[in-house]
Write a protein that binds this ligand. Sequence first.
Ligand SMILES: [Zn+2]
Length: 158
Amino acid sequence: MNENYQIVTDRNKLSQACKKVTVPEGIEIGKILLKELKKERTGVGLAANQIGIDAAVCVVKVGQPVVLVNPVIKNSFKKIFPLEACLSFPGEQVTTQRWANIAVKADNHKDLLYFGEDNLLECICTQHEIDHLNGITMFDRQNELDKAPNIEYIKNIK
Ligand SMILES: [Zn+2]
């Protein structure tokens, strides 16, 4: 594959779940994603559908590059509320609700992968990218947060 990939910025297109792929296919797509991610100055992760490839593959590169083929979050612990950005929505930032610790099963890794509080950026990015593969953008994660502080606020003013 030697295409010129463009970052998809259409939220409707990004709202569709990606199809599962085989591990060899996923590894090849992972290589393309890491190459494309390198071109972006600010990005720490990229999902296949963000460059128009319908495949459940994403990469995260905070420290070591991580390729995830058909990833699923199996376990999660401790809510956090980070401020996030996305290569598909330049200039936008939202406060989301995420987990500080997750265990991920991906078909190209034998064991569960742990991402946690010792590297929060990597942990948050992994959740953000896996969301992309399920057709979920950071804006979809904003809503739950908006509800919770209001309840707290009403209690506090009594
Ligand atoms: Zn994104």
